[in-house]
Design a protein around this ligand. Structure first.
Ligand code: UDP
Length: 157
């Protein structure tokens, strides 16, 4: 079932934790048939924030972004499945939650550009998923388990 094992990094941001929608975010990803292989509730420090969002260092919103992402705990996760990185991005919706389509996580639960509830690795940035997983998790925190429903999610599992 090798092509069902693409991994992607996902994070419920501090606004999702404060607003009590971490469970709903997890629930939507579960509902899609994706498999959670790691999860932890963590407080991001300045250093990790700079590493994770390094690509945005020169952007005008960078300081505000670092302040936001370190403002409270996040729920960091790794999800696995066919085309997982792109599928999660589709489920997240547009970066600006005010513009995100209804039916997406940001479109249904958010109403702001910065406070947009969820991060998912960029599927157009080659290797972003592996890089971000490495930044947040040790190899032994990724759990190897069999998802009993996989044969019902995938025709060829
Ligand atoms: N962001 C912001 N202002 C902007 C653009 C982005 O505050 O003008 C924040 C927003 O929280 C976003 C994050 O910076 O999720 C990273 O931006 P990116 O363009 O990578 O969007 P994403 O991949 O999260 O959709």
């Amino acid at each position: 079932m090798s092509h069902h094992d693409e991994r992607t990094f996902v994070m419920a941001k501090p606004d999702a934790v404060q607003r009590g929608v971490v469970g709903e975010i997890v629930s939507r990803l579960e509902g899609k048939g994706l498999k959670m292989v790691a999860g932890k509730f963590v407080q991001i420090d300045e250093e990790l924030a700079h590493e994770h969002y390094g690509e945005h260092e020169d952007k005008p919103f960078f300081d505000g972004l670092v302040e936001f992402i370190t403002s409270g705990p996040v729920f960091a996760m790794v999800w696995e499945g066919a085309d997982a990185t792109r599928q999660v991005r589709r489920m997240m919706g547009a970066t600006d939650a005010q513009e995100a389509q209804p039916g997406t996580i940001r479109g249904d639960l958010g109403n702001d550009l910065g406070h947009n509830l969820i991060h998912g690795s960029d599927h157009e940035d080659e290797g972003a998923n592996e890089r971000e997983i490495d930044l947040f998790f040790d190899e032994d925190e990724l759990v190897d388990w069999e998802q009993g429903t996989a044969t019902w999610v995938y025709e060829d599992a």
